[in-house]
Write a protein that binds this ligand. Structure first.
Ligand SMILES: [Zn+2]
Length: 166
């Protein structure tokens, strides 16, 4: 797997494969149309580097929307709560949790299986109960996601491909 965002390449977006389609549009702002099989990017520029910036911007917007809704859904299902959620662009970590109960999630989890995103969210939500990586913390994670190790390991094995500077 590689993370190639050029036209006609395939990309995994929230666990589903899509073909990237790049089109030029005359509108002032770029936009994205997601169909069953394609992520269609309608870009305002023909410059390769600016196109890439617009693609990343659009993926980030969609990703942020999905991750926020997903986190609310998981928190409800798990009967856990958080203060605020921020979807961030970091090169070093998948997520974090602050002492006031804010959780931060890396937007690039959109390129990983959705179970990985679920694991990271559960991991951060469990930090609201245990602010450490103690035995109790991991038991809490395990209780809420019995197969979490699979997804934890998937992220460890694939972080070099995804956790890169785009
Ligand atoms: Zn942690």
């Amino acid at each position: 797997m590689t993370l190639d965002l050029s036209g006609d390449s395939l990309v995994s977006f929230f666990g589903k494969e899509y073909q990237i389609e790049i089109l030029h549009c005359e509108s002032a702002k770029p936009y994205i149309v997601i169909s069953n099989f394609a992520l269609r990017f309608l870009l305002t520029t023909k410059n390769f580097f600016k196109q890439k910036q617009e693609i990343i911007y659009l993926l980030k917007v969609k990703s942020t929307e999905f991750i926020k809704n997903f986190a609310i859904d998981i928190a409800n299902r798990q009967d856990l709560s958080f203060n605020k959620i921020y979807v961030k662009d970091t090169v070093s970590r998948w997520g974090s949790c602050s002492s006031i109960g804010n959780i931060n999630i890396n937007w690039k989890l959109c390129f990983a299986p959705t179970k990985c995103l679920e694991y990271v969210i559960i991991h951060e939500l469990c930090h609201i109960i245990h602010m450490n990586h103690s035995k109790n913390f991991w038991e809490e994670v395990q209780k809420r996601m019995p197969d979490y190790k699979i997804w934890h390991n998937w992220l460890k094995d694939n972080s070099k491909l995804i956790l890169i500077k785009l």
